[in-house]
Design a protein around this ligand. Structure first.
Ligand SMILES: C[S@@+](CC[C@H](N)C(=O)[O-])C[C@H]1O[C@@H](n2cnc3c(N)ncnc32)[C@H](O)[C@@H]1O
Length: 289
């Protein structure tokens, strides 16, 4: 996603007894540390569904679904898997347009919001809690979408991000299609990530500070300030992986995708005629297996 966060990594290997004896760390403190050990993407999406739907980067849903429909030639029989579906904005829009969609996400609270929105519109959509690194689907879907950094590339290691692609590939039928948007590694080489992230921020949106882009890992580290749906303010230390297009091509080739096309990804206006440039914060990837 364009927004991010994280939890502070604290060592958890020392036995509590050892700590108490030698460092006098109070038990209470240890408990608090333990609750902070979740990865940032779990902390951020714990109670953020309503606020999330107001973020400026979630306002392009219809245009994005127009593009998806074109890519599947408006074939209503297309069975779609929405990975990291969040509050279900694409799953709901595509279901309204007559497609069968299954939405999966790691966050129970994002899924609750997705279900409530679907119910309010009398839509029957299967929303399930799964980790995209370990999906239960085998050759079931004609199309997989993973938009606005749904799961990939938020994971803390490159191996975990790759696992997501592996699982998505497995979920697709032969000749299935994958459409996803992800962070463009060319962008931070020429532009400030922090300025980009904060430029269109409205009141109530998450804000980003202390960004550092690591040229060795292509990860942007930042502190994301966010107020959740209950008004609780949090500062989360986040990091997200930016991939250069040639890496994506190689990863997908490794998974036997036959065609891989990469374009720029403008909010609400995905297009095959949008040639990717260093000015694109995100890229649009379309691959067939
Ligand atoms: C930025 S949101 C994108 C949501 C949605 N695709 C959209 O376009 O609005 C990222 C979503 O990925 C989910 N997520 C993060 N890690 C995940 C994982 N390992 N498996 C499944 N979902 C994950 C988060 O809970 C969150 O809802």
């Amino acid at each position: 996603m364009r927004a991010t966060s994280k939890s502070v990594a604290v060592g958890g290997t020392t036995a509590p007894t050892f700590r108490r004896l030698y460092f006098h760390v109070p038990k209470l403190n240890l408990k608090r540390r333990a609750t902070h050990m979740k990865p940032w993407y779990e902390e951020l999406f714990k109670n953020y569904g309503m606020k999330y739907d107001n973020e400026s980067f979630t306002q392009g849903t219809r245009g994005e679904c127009d593009f998806i429909e074109k890519e599947i030639a408006h074939n209503k029989k297309t069975k779609i898997l929405d990975i990291g579906c969040g509050t279900g904005r694409h799953a709901i829009e595509l279901t309204q347009r007559g497609y069968t969609v299954v939405g999966i996400d790691l966050s129970e609270s994002q899924l609750q919001r997705a279900k409530a929105k679907a119910a309010a519109q009398n839509l029957q959509i299967v929303f399930q809690r799964h980790d995209a690194r370990n999906l239960p689907f085998l050759h079931e879907f004609d199309l997989a979408i993973m938009l606005c950094e749904g799961a990939f590339p938020l994971m803390e290691t490159d191996e975990m991000n790759f696992q997501i692609l592996q699982n998505v590939a497995q979920a697709l039928k032969p000749n299935g299609k994958l459409i996803f948007t992800t962070l463009n590694g060319l962008f931070p080489l020429f532009h400030s990530v922090k300025e980009f992230l904060n430029v269109e921020t409205k009141v109530g949106n998450a804000t980003y500070g202390q960004n550092t882009f690591d040229l060795m890992t292509f990860r942007d580290h930042n502190v994301t300030s966010v107020e959740d749906d209950t008004g609780k303010k949090q500062e989360l230390q986040c990091n997200e992986r930016y991939y250069v297009p040639s890496e994506i091509t190689w990863l997908l080739k490794t998974l036997n995708f036959k065609t891989i096309d990469i374009f720029g990804a403008k909010l609400g206006a995905f297009s095959r005629s949008d040639k990717l440039s260093t000015a694109d914060f995100e890229m649009l990837v379309i691959a067939t297996n």
